[in-house]
Design a protein around this ligand. Structure first.
Ligand code: ZN
Length: 247
């Protein structure tokens, strides 16, 4: 059976001399493994459209649970990423996160469109990288079922929290005075950071970066979203370590 779809290449492994095995987040089939025969051959028509972080129209031949690429043409190659090492490193982290968070074979168009929006933003280079990073991390966590409960203090129910504290493991927020003593995995955050997080979890996905925040707030937001993600997932990411080693 032939399938026409669009997909973002999350991983690309060389296979034999001239072929590639791809992990692709597609708009219709979810995350799938695709073999792209001859994609590395010199002059191959699919070389560009099957490279890492290419977003392409793809025609696949599917048989049982295997997909073979028969045709591909690139829609967007995010060229701005390819000559900016830090942007490429961050894009690689996004790809590793999507690979981790997206389920195999279950369509997840929202995760794909979040990934594309964030890669466009990185490639254009107009927004601070820390803003794109925190937006991606927090929103991807929400889409994967790890949305933190940020609307009210989970102890007293107040919405306007003067001194908010985020519980990393619990995924809830509370007033500093509502919980006594320091508990492991709790991080005090400013009300402005809480406001930005509330925006990111609840906004229309296309307007994820339409909020204003000072440099200070963005720096704290970056730390908090990253810590939340790493705590909830209980693991680290080599691509994140690499990104942090060069910025
Ligand atoms: Zn409270």
């Amino acid at each position: 059976m032939y399938i026409k779809t669009t997909g973002l290449v999350l991983r690309e492994t060389e296979y034999r001399e001239s072929s590639r095995i791809l992990t692709v987040l597609t708009s219709t089939e979810g995350k799938i493994t695709v073999s792209a025969k001859g994609a590395k051959r010199r002059g191959s028509r699919t070389a560009a459209s099957t490279q890492f972080l290419a977003y392409s129209d793809m025609t696949l031949f599917s048989q049982r649970d295997r997909y073979v690429l028969t045709e591909a043409s690139s829609i967007e190659l995010f060229l701005g990423l390819r000559d900016d090492l830090a942007a490429m490193a961050l894009g690689s982290y996004f790809a590793e996160l999507m690979d981790t968070l997206a389920d195999a074979d279950i369509p997840n168009p929202q995760m794909l469109s979040l990934g594309l929006n964030c890669l466009y933003a990185l490639s254009e280079g107009r927004l601070p990288k820390s803003m794109v990073k925190s937006g991606f991390e927090l929103r991807a966590m929400c889409l994967a079922g790890f949305e933190p409960q940020l609307d009210f203090c989970h102890v007293c129910g107040r919405r306007d929290i003067a001194a908010p504290v985020l519980s990393m493991a619990g995924g809830v927020v509370h007033c500093a005075e509502c919980m006594n003593g320091a508990v492991t995995g709790e991080m005090p955050i400013s009300p402005a950071v809480l406001e930005a997080m509330r925006y990111i979890v609840s906004c229309d996905g296309r307007r994820i970066f339409s909020f204003k925040a000072s440099e200070n707030v963005l720096a704290q937001l970056d730390k908090v979203c990253e810590a939340y993600l790493l705590t909830q997932l209980g693991r680290g990411f080599g691509t994140l370590d690499f990104y942090k080693s060069i910025v």
